[in-house]
Design a protein around this ligand. Structure first.
Ligand code: GLA
Length: 706
């Protein structure tokens, strides 16, 4: 809901529990008024009537109060917008922005406030969309100058600046990581200055998820207290800066690109739209904030999120590059026996891809391995009652490939410089139209060549030599690459509506709200150790829902990573917290193991709607190898599912009961496992016994309200 103040220059956006208010002042500055619990329009107007801070030498009264601080004028804060005119010979360069308020419009839950910089011909539209309690902010830059006006160079155009209310102290939560150790939650006190996270790697990166959360005075707990969160919908380089100003005001600015070295050139007539930077206030602690983020993504971001994801099998850990049609068929038969619903052939099926040294770019089946193409295997997989999927990495090329031999100029590179390789691969310049056309043609043909239902889309190295010989403004390739990727995915989805997509980047290095709008699930991490995964999944769940979080049960010992030995039970319960998959070498599993796997898969299918669509409560956070038990709970309607894990029992002590959350204290709940009836109030206050014992134990407990 959006309300407009009597002066026509104050707006109040409200979701079910929160409000956001802003106002254009008499001097046309766009001021922040409120972000927090629901308030009325009269409250917003009283905030608007408060006098500005008294002027002081060396301080700018606007700092810390503006919705979108631009470069130039009476400001010392980090600008969200930094522009300069291109400088044709003999003309003067103009830098910064000076706007006049033009107008505003409200359409449903979308507010647009428009400003014009007459000197350079810029029309700037600031957008605010209310989606539940999430405010989606973005900016649109349009060059409205005459055709012969100089172009505008966008040094930086952040999506939004968020302003927090005054509190004594703030605590910052972030999700950091690296390969095989993504999305680990860390919290620290904020102090004066700037905390900057981001990626200058061309993709979202393993190092940080584009998200921060802040709670005041370190007061929020899992289920109580105020939490502010911001998440950027962008899959390229990005930056989020959290700044605590000298007077204690806190602002969060975020957008595309890590540095301010220039991102785009706007010619007269051209328009640029930033990605969405979404913000959420929750009064329900970190858990309440996560549930609101999950609900938002299921309702507005993830395609067809009301449809549950199938149990998949992926062959990567079982077979690596050494794949054959017969061996995939053998795995598929085993997968079907244990109840798998989607069989995915990973790397190694195409071109001359028998190792990571060759083949990327040649998206046709390897004639030695699949002499009649993928169709015979896909048909067999379908006959076994499963859907069929494949792995691709379309943005990459191995120098040892037909594609590179034909088009060595299609990769990002600087003339005369080394073409840096990681994993023996180079990056195609997706900003080029010929590359876009090639990829569309190849992938469309591939999806037409066999009944393919699923595409795992990988991205296995970072940008380094991001040059574009012959292009007058090569820096634009960083953002143009991401837009081209989005356009390609959108086009493929349109043309092949039955095909689902998974985002992968060496595990979870392309997990963000931007990719999530065009993929059905994401590969959380290459780390499939079930214990490490609990921490990775704990972090992941701060922002993203179980519905997109792919997790596989692989072999024990975990030879890929750490040789840890764990029971099938522990591995399954760990992976059942998200979209369950299997990734072990099923041809090596005993009849007993396969039978046990079947019972776990059957159980997962029963709890799947609750896991994938329910509300998540994190009952106890994982504490690592030597820590105590951890547990999570999902609630959907009358159904409750508790998953609990114990790394190691100590001193023979029984594990403490876990207190449940989000239940009706007055209701009773029947345990589906034991038939015991529990009282809601008892479960909430005293807890549920899990019976976990020994090392690496785990359990699934289903309760139904009666
Ligand atoms: C990446 C992915 C893995 C697998 C390999 C294949 O590392 O994260 O799951 O697909 O590529 O080369």
């Amino acid at each position: 809901m959006i309300e407009i103040g009597a002066d026509g220059r104050t707006w109040l956006l409200s979701g079910p529990t929160s409000s956001y208010a802003l106002r254009v002042a008499d001097d046309d500055a766009l001021l922040h008024l409120h972000w927090g619990p629901r308030i009325t329009l009269a409250d917003a107007e009283s905030l608007a009537a408060e006098p500005p801070p008294a002027p002081r030498p060396f301080e700018a009264p606007l700092d810390g109060r503006e919705e979108y601080p631009v470069e130039g004028g009476p400001r010392f804060v980090r600008p969200a917008l930094s522009l300069r005119t291109e400088q044709p010979h003999g003309t003067d360069q103009i830098r910064g922005t000076e706007w006049r308020y033009r107008d505003a419009s409200v359409e449903g839950d979308l507010l647009e406030v428009r400003f014009r910089d007459e000197v350079v011909g810029l029309l700037l539209t600031l957008r605010y969309g209310m989606r539940g309690d999430v405010v989606e902010r973005s900016a649109v830059l349009a060059h409205e100058g005459p055709a012969d006006a100089p172009a505008l160079e966008v040094l930086r155009a952040d999506s939004a600046t968020w302003t927090l209310p005054r509190r004594d102290r703030w605590r910052l939560s972030q999700l950091h990581g690296r390969w095989a150790a993504e999305s680990r939650l860390t919290r620290s006190e904020l102090t004066y200055g700037e905390r900057v996270i981001g990626s200058r790697r061309g993709h979202t990166g393993h190092q940080h998820l584009p998200w921060v959360a802040l709670d005041a005075d370190g007061e929020a707990t899992e289920e109580r207290g105020e939490v502010y969160g911001c998440a950027l919908a962008w899959s390229g380089s990005w930056r989020i800066a959290v700044h605590e100003l000298p007077d204690g005001a806190v602002q969060i600015t975020g957008g595309t690109g890590h540095d301010d070295a220039g991102q785009d050139l706007l010619a007269p007539g051209a328009t640029l739209t930033t990605p969405v930077f979404a913000g959420l206030w929750s009064g329900g602690g970190f858990g309440g904030a996560s549930r609101a983020w999950h609900a938002y993504q299921r309702a507005y971001v993830v395609p067809e999120a009301d449809r549950d994801r199938p149990v998949l099998y992926n062959s990567w850990e079982a077979t690596g590059f050494g794949i054959s049609e017969e061996q995939q068929r053998a795995l598929a038969r085993r997968a079907a026996e244990v109840g798998v619903e989607l069989f995915v052939v990973d790397d190694g099926w195409f071109g001359s891809r028998t190792s990571d040294r060759a083949g990327l770019g040649d998206w046709t089946p390897n004639p030695d391995r699949f002499p009649s193409g993928l169709k015979p295997l896909a048909d067999d997989v379908h006959t076994l009652g499963m859907r069929f999927g494949i792995w691709v990495e379309p943005e990459m090329v191995n120098p040892d490939s037909e594609l590179y031999r034909a088009h060595p100029d299609w990769v990002q590179h600087f003339p005369g410089r080394t073409r840096t390789e990681f994993r023996n691969q180079l990056i195609l310049n997706l900003a080029r139209e010929d590359v876009q056309a090639y990829l569309w043609e190849r992938l469309d043909a591939l999806l037409n060549s066999a009944p393919i239902d699923y595409v795992k889309w990988d991205f296995n190295r970072c940008f380094t030599d991001a040059g574009w010989p012959g292009e007058p403004y090569p820096q634009k390739l960083w953002n143009a690459h991401v837009r081209a990727l989005y356009a390609l995915l959108d086009r493929l989805r349109d043309a092949h509506p039955g095909v689902a997509f998974e985002s992968c980047s060496g595990g979870g290095a392309r997990v963000d709200l931007g990719i999530m709008a065009r993929t059905d699930q994401v590969w959380t991490s290459d780390n499939t150790d079930p214990l490490d995964r609990l921490a990775i999944q704990h972090g992941f769940s701060q922002l993203h829902p179980a519905r997109v979080m792919a997790a596989w049960v692989t072999d024990s010992p975990n030879t890929q990573l750490n040789d840890r030995v764990s029971s099938l039970r522990f591995r399954f319960v760990s992976a059942m917290a998200g979209v369950l998959g299997l990734g072990g070498d099923l041809t090596e599993w005993s009849g007993e193991e396969l039978a046990e796997a079947r019972t776990w898969v059957d159980l997962y299918k029963e709890i799947r709607p609750v896991v994938q669509r329910g509300d998540l409560y994190r009952l106890r956070a994982p504490e690592g190898v030597t820590g105590g038990p951890s547990a999570i709970q999902y609630v959907l309607g009358d159904d409750v599912v508790v998953l609990a894990w114990l790394p190691a029992q100590q001193y023979g002590e029984a594990t403490a009961p876990v207190r449940l959350s989000g239940l009706d204290a007055l209701a009773s709940y029947e345990c589906r496992e034991t038939g015991t009836v529990h009282r809601g109030a008892v479960l909430l206050h005293h807890g549920l016994r899990t019976g976990l014992r020994g090392d690496l134990d785990a359990t699934v407990i289903r309760l139904r309200r009666i």
